[in-house]
Ligand binder design. Structure first.
Ligand code: SAM
Length: 404
């Protein structure tokens, strides 16, 4: 099966990227956005001026690789980012993107992550494996190999497909295998497009409004509907997947999408949901929402799952990603709520008490201790006000803590 996966990604490197675009923009995202991984894996306390070694396993055309290497290079320490992928065509694109950006901290390898120990042995402080493990014939074996190479103090950012959000994909993949198994890649693609235009209105894929990747281009179409091998996970399956490799899930991204309270209004239901253990809450949220077509998670060795995520402390600095504090404060003040769009899903959260005042102080330089002082509050009183704001802003994945 690995051969057909390799063939697919040689023919259709994923995602399709033009290295020249690196002159105009930097693509960032989850997992592996450096401030995000620091918050969810290293308690916000990793100093990236110190040596740091990362692996991007199944790096594809380089999205995760490039932003991780770029942010590490900008932080000025001695870093190594190892890129590994089965597909030489994908590596070529990733190498060209790194060259345009002048990134000097990457080593490239072509091969399977199952051969990691021979190709580029650990230990790694951090491993990115985004959209890869679900394409292995035995994802558990793949995760075990990565865990072997992970430093005991490190963590991983993973993305795998979500079962409910991909409703309709697997019956259509099976139908396409029935109709096109004998054809080469180009022939499969042409006939698949014909079938898509010809699907009955009742077809589950046609009725799923959250699936649109196939409209982006041939590589994306092939990846979604003609993949040689993929599977999807529900939250409980994901928990078993991590546990099987002696890893624990430190965080789901975006956290508010894995919080059942984001989807429930009735007080009795909210109370019942809030009483469930953390991972069961995530499972409930996934079942209620139905929109999650991928799961991005941060995992760490099970023994340190409770210490991985940054917690508010007087010496830590909250930092807002892409929202000016003043405009956030104004929105919270004017509307008394915050509305956020995730794909086709709009979630609305009420503003906690004094949220505008607190938001206005989050300038990426002040520590939480400074903010308490600016409001004339002792630490415990400040924490009582700050926690709900923290929950709201980390929930929508716009706030991270880091050391001053
Ligand atoms: C969907 S792409 C994701 C690429 C990239 N991680 C991203 O998120 O943009 C999956 C990648 O995994 C690679 N891959 C699949 N199986 C692999 C394996 N056993 N070892 C290394 N790479 C693998 C494929 O060649 C492909 O480039």
């Amino acid at each position: 099966m690995t051969d057909s996966v390799k063939e697919q990604y040689e023919a259709y490197p994923y995602p399709a990227r033009d290295p020249a675009e690196e002159r105009k923009r930097l693509i960032t995202g989850s997992p592996s956005f450096l401030p995000e991984l620091n918050h969810y894996v290293f308690g916000g306390r990793r100093d990236f001026r110190q040596p740091f070694r990362a692996l991007v396993a199944g790096g594809g055309t380089g999205d995760g690789l490039i932003h991780l290497a770029q942010y590490l290079q900008a932080s000025g320490g001695h870093h190594e980012v190892v890129y590994l992928d089965l597909s030489a065509a994908s590596r070529k694109v990733a190498e060209a993107r790194a060259e345009v950006r002048g990134l000097k901290n990457i080593r490239f390898f072509t091969g399977s992550l199952l051969d990691l120990a021979a190709l580029a042995p650990g230990p790694y402080d951090y491993i990115d494996c985004c959209g890869v493990l679900h394409h292995l014939p035995d994802p558990d074996a793949g995760l075990a190999v990565l865990k072997q190479a992970l430093s005991p103090d490190g963590g991983m950012g993973l993305m795998v497909y979500g079962s409910y959000g991909r409703a309709g994909v697997y019956p259509l993949q099976a139908a396409l295998r029935q109709l096109t198994a004998d054809l080469p890649a180009g022939g499969k693609l042409a006939l698949a497009k014909t079938l898509l235009a010809d699907l009955p209105e009742t077809n589950e894929f046609r009725r799923n409004p959250f699936l649109g990747d196939h409209k982006l281009g041939d590589a994306e179409f092939y990846d979604l509907l003609l993949h040689a091998q993929d599977r999807a996970y529900t939250v409980p399956e994901l928990v078993d997947f991590a546990t099987g490799a002696d890893l624990g899930i430190a965080a789901f991204i975006e956290p508010c999408r894995y919080d059942p309270l984001s989807y429930l209004k009735d007080e009795a239901l909210r109370e019942r949901a809030a009483r469930l253990p953390r991972l069961e809450q995530a499972a409930l949220a996934e079942r209620l929402s139905g929109t999650l077509k991928t799961h991005v998670i941060y995992v760490v060795p099970s023994t340190r799952v409770d210490q991985a995520v940054a917690q508010p402390a007087p010496d830590l600095v909250p930092w807002l990603n892409g929202i000016p504090p003043q405009s956030l404060a104004e929105t919270l003040q004017k509307r008394g709520e915050l509305a956020v769009n995730f794909q086709n899903e709009r979630l609305v959260f009420s503003a906690p008490p004094r949220a505008p005042e607190i938001a206005a102080l989050i300038d990426g330089r002040r520590t939480l201790g400074d903010m308490a002082a600016a409001l004339g509050l002792g630490w415990e009183d400040f924490l009582g006000l700050y926690r709900p704001v923290h929950r709201l802003l980390t929930g929508i994945n716009k706030l991270y803590l880091r050391q001053a």
